[in-house]
Design a binder for this molecule. Structure first.
Ligand code: CP
Ligand code: NVA
Length: 307
């Protein structure tokens, strides 16, 4: 059997595959905006397994699959046998005999890896505790769309060294840009968990203002990610000074963008005047989830296509 390509973390695809995906995304987006029908995945089906909440991921995969001529099936832990202890390996065997591609949003990365190891079809990470590769795919596509190539640029990550931060670090290594990270003490990047090979593409700063200085993109995320709710009160205290505000945007490069994967908490990790201000591209970022994931689904099922 040919090797199946999965997208469990950002570095699962090569630099040139990512470059193909960005080019294909632009092609697909243009076609869709022109109302041109493109149904390469007619009669193909996507299973989406959610063990955590979602608005954007569910909507973008469901709409995207339909736009490509296929369909999607929504499953969650509550209604399936997964919530009653059916082994992930058994679920993977069964689900992957009935659909052509699977997207999973779950807790530990290990769960999705066990699923993929027993799957006959490509598996896509729709967010785990460790990584959120589809979001960073959309974010980088958005950066390219707004500002051109990201290689050589500086991204400031302000806040928690979470799934988004880890994925940015992997992307920096692969696509050759730099990430300036500032986390509160005790929440620093763990390179092994982030899955990076070296610290050549990121630098840690104690002061978030130093991380933001001259950055081409300033980005942040919630202080408490899904699955860590019991730490909420402690995190509110620890992260109080890690809020992206106008002063921070002022020290960044003049034409710096602001991104947030959403959902956001105004007044916590970002001030309203920044997320709702002129440098923010959060709605473009959200929309691009749809377009990049269409390119990803098509690529995982059919390989690179002529444009
Ligand atoms: N950014 C993101 O993944 O959003 P959802 O949690 O709404 O899917
Ligand atoms: N870091 C956040 C991202 C949500 C899209 C979380 O995991 O909850």
């Amino acid at each position: 059997m040919a090797t199946i390509k999965h997208f469990l973390q950002y570095k699962d695809l090569t630099r040139s595959e990512h470059e193909y995906l960005f080019a294909r995304t632009a092609w697909l987006k243009k076609k869709f905006k022109a109302y041109e029908v493109h149904h390469p995945l007619f009669d193909r089906h996507l299973a989406m397994i959610f063990e955590k909440n979602s608005t954007r991921t569910r909507l973008s995969f469901e709409a995207g699959m339909q736009q490509l001529g296929g369909s999607s099936i929504y499953l969650n832990t509550r209604d399936t046998q997964l919530g009653r202890g059916e082994p992930v390996e058994d679920a993977a065997q069964v689900i992957s005999r009935m659909v052509d591609v699977v997207m999973i949003r779950t807790f530990e990365q290990e769960i999705i890896e066990r699923f993929a190891a027993n799957s006959r079809v490509p598996v896509i990470n729709g967010l785990t505790n460790e990584y959120h590769p589809c979001q960073v795919l959309a974010d980088i596509y958005t950066f390219i769309e707004q500002r051109g190539p990201i290689a050589g640029k500086t991204v400031a990550w302000i806040g928690d060294s979470n799934n988004m931060c880890n994925t940015w670090l992997q992307a920096a290594e692969l696509l050759d840009f730099n990430v300036h990270v500032s986390t509160p003490p005790g929440y620093e990047v763990e390179p092994e968990r982030a899955g990076v090979y070296s610290n050549a593409h990121f630098e840690q700063f104690n002061d978030p203002m130093d991380a933001a200085r001259d950055a081409h993109l300033v980005t942040t995320d919630v202080w408490t990610s899904m699955g860590f709710e019991s730490e909420n009160e402690e995190r509110k205290r620890d992260f109080a000074d890690w809020c992206v505000d106008a002063e921070m945007m002022k020290v960044a490069a003049k034409d710096a963008l602001f991104m947030h994967c959403l959902p956001a908490h105004r007044g916590e990790e970002v001030e309203a005047e920044v997320i709702d201000g002129p440098q923010s591209v959060v709605w473009e970022e959200a929309e691009n989830r749809l377009h990049v994931q269409k390119a990803l689904l098509e690529f995982l099922l059919l390989g690179e296509q002529k444009m």
